[in-house]
Design a protein around this ligand. Structure first.
Ligand code: ZN
Length: 168
């Protein structure tokens, strides 16, 4: 099985095994190097192959993430990882809920490990902290009263767990 590995996976006890092919992006390797140096730990990044997602796939992920309201929760690295999983038809290993939500919408298989994973697909809306008006998209400030907008779950759909990849 081909598995895309994100930065957080590597810091939360994920172990490589010889049966799978592990792939990731340049930016993950860089994040891992910076963070592991700060913490004085060594991580075996050489076990992963580095790929670059295509710009078409990156654009597709951005489009889906904007529609689902996850876009502002995702880093450039996150978006590249989702695009890589899509392009390589790989399973994405991540505990990040926003990444999982976008994967669901794009039909990308993902797995979480030893942590939380979502059992509902969330559609996000935005609510003004001042006048409580609701919006489908994020504005820099409320167009009515100028207060801050906060994200809230607008719609939750249950996820059929059987659809998630359980292959090993
Ligand atoms: Zn307002």
């Amino acid at each position: 099985m081909k598995i895309v590995v994100d930065t957080s996976s590597l810091f939360y006890g994920f172990q490589f095994d010889g049966n799978n092919e592990y792939i990731t992006t340049d930016s993950v390797i860089e994040e891992v190097r910076n963070r592991s140096m700060k913490r004085g730990i060594g991580l075996r990044t050489e076990l992963m192959k580095i790929f670059r997602p295509s710009s078409g796939e990156v654009a597709e992920v951005e489009k889906v993430a904007r529609l689902s309201g996850d876009f502002d929760q995702l880093s450039t690295t996150d978006i590249e990882l989702i695009a890589l999983a899509k392009g390589q038809e790989a399973v994405l290993l991540t505990n990040d809920l926003a990444i999982q939500n976008v994967c669901r919408r794009m039909g990308i298989n993902y797995q979480s490990f030893g942590g939380k994973s979502i059992d509902t697909e969330i559609e996000w809306g935005y609510r003004c902290v001042g006048c409580h008006r609701r919006f489908n998209r994020l504005y820099e400030e409320c167009p009515h009263c100028g207060n801050e907008l906060k994200r809230y779950p607008k719609k939750r759909k249950p996820i059929t767990l059987a659809k998630q990849s359980q292959k090993s």
